[in-house]
Design a protein around this ligand. Structure first.
Ligand code: NAD
Length: 353
């Protein structure tokens, strides 16, 4: 198969993990007879430095001409002055909005090889396999926002339309049908009007998916249930902010933020694939980044945008095998263990392919 992949390394550890990922994908292409072209573009802080714009026109063009986008991470202390008129994160939000990527899929699973060093008891973590579906282009991150000139008052607005909730709910129900047929919808319907609309709409959409068992949780309760009974969840659907917070909380279950991938999708096969973690400025340039979240994001790209299921599974199996062999990056090494570099870990995964 021929595919064109837009590659946006971004800032901090972004370029480090992306570099190993394009190599991994090239090895997959050689092995399976595919022809992948990688076209690189700028986003985030580096793009601000070079062009003044966190999402330059040229980058949008590269992405429009591609079958899928692979992104590292954006941001860092250099650009984090809250009074700056333009922030690196605007590049990412702009990209999601430009392409209408309304559904953010974040799979979280635990690895038997990592359970002994996990912060929660191993018996709670066995067999955890959750798919978060987070609404990505609406809600409070995109609602009306105002900062009063006096600096004494500001507001953000959580706003949803029925159509917005319907489209993300449909993605979540369909995903549940392909898994263990359970969906948990998270809201704050006891307080927020937008969340009452959310719940009503999810209930209405559920009529088309009689085979999926639907549960509702208020977000405050959900934070607790996620840690006390993580193994009971299959698919969790939530709005933009609640989904953001809950899926970061769930990263603890996996062992490290560095392990989690994400896919941001719309109704066709186009998608943006990026790890859940940020640019990790505290470890950038030191060869300490865990490449698993980025590698698993590439696997999701193969699965969802290119329909290459066997190739996607081969990346996941290679990571499982390297972890089972005992190789660990610094973030998952546990007490007394010895960490390997990003490069050594990445090469070990590639060798397993
Ligand atoms: P972060 O995810 O960058 O880092 C949080 C902690 O996790 C750090 O201690 C970091 O070292 C560690 N970590 C993250 N990824 C890792 C990996 N692959 N391997 C090993 N350890 C890893 O979050 P932060 O520190 O809150 O934010 C840093 C910058 O990244 C900020 O500018 C923030 O705005 C930005 N950010 C960007 C994205 C994105 O690009 N999607 C997401 C979150 C944060």
């Amino acid at each position: 198969m021929k595919a064109r992949i837009a590659v946006l390394p971004g800032d901090g550890i972004g370029p480090e993990v992306v570099g190993h990922t394009t190599r991994l994908l090239s090895v997959i292409a050689d092995k399976h007879g595919h022809d992948f072209t990688f076209v690189e573009g700028m986003i985030g802080g580096i793009a601000i430095d070079e062009t003044g714009d966190p999402l330059p026109e040229e980058t949008i063009k590269i992405c429009e001409e591609a079958d899928a986008i692979l992104l590292g991470a954006v941001g860092g202390p250099k650009w984090s002055d809250p009074t700056a008129t333009v922030q690196p994160e605007r590049g990412l939000l702009g990209l999601r909005q430009h392409f209408g990527l309304f559904a953010n899929l974040r799979p979280v699973k635990t690895y038997p090889a990592l359970l002994e060093h996990a912060p929660l008891r191993a018996e709670l973590l066995r067999d955890v396999d959750i798919l978060f579906v987070r609404e990505l282009v609406s809600g409070i991150y995109f609602g009306d926002r105002r900062e009063q000139g006096s600096g004494e008052e500001s507001h953000d607005t959580m706003r949803y339309t029925r159509a917005e909730v319907e489209q993300v709910a449909n993605v979540a129900f369909r995903a549940a049908q392909g898994r263990r047929k359970k969906l948990c919808s998270v809201d704050k319907a006891n307080v927020l009007a937008s969340m009452r609309l959310w719940r009503r709409t999810v209930v209405d959409v559920s009529e088309d998916y009689a085979d999926v068992e639907l549960e509702h949780l208020l977000v405050d309760a959900a934070t607790m249930h996620l840690l006390t009974r993580p193994g009971s969840f299959d698919v969790i659907v939530a709005g933009n902010m609640f989904g953001d917070i809950l899926s970061d909380e769930a990263s603890v279950l996996a062992g490290s933020l560095g392990m989690l991938p994400s896919a941001s999708l719309r109704s066709d096969q186009f998608g943006l694939y990026e790890p859940v973690h940020g640019s990790a400025p505290d470890i950038a340039g030191q060869g300490k980044a865990n490449p698993i979240g980025m590698f698993l994001s590439a696997a999701l790209l193969l699965r969802y945008s290119l329909q290459l299921e066997a190739e996607a599974s081969s990346i996941e199996a290679a990571i499982d095998a390297v972890l089972a062999d005992g190789l660990r990056t610094a973030d998952i090494v546990g007490q007394g263990g010895e960490a390997v570099s990003t490069e050594a870990f990445a090469e070990a995964v590639i060798a397993k392919l």
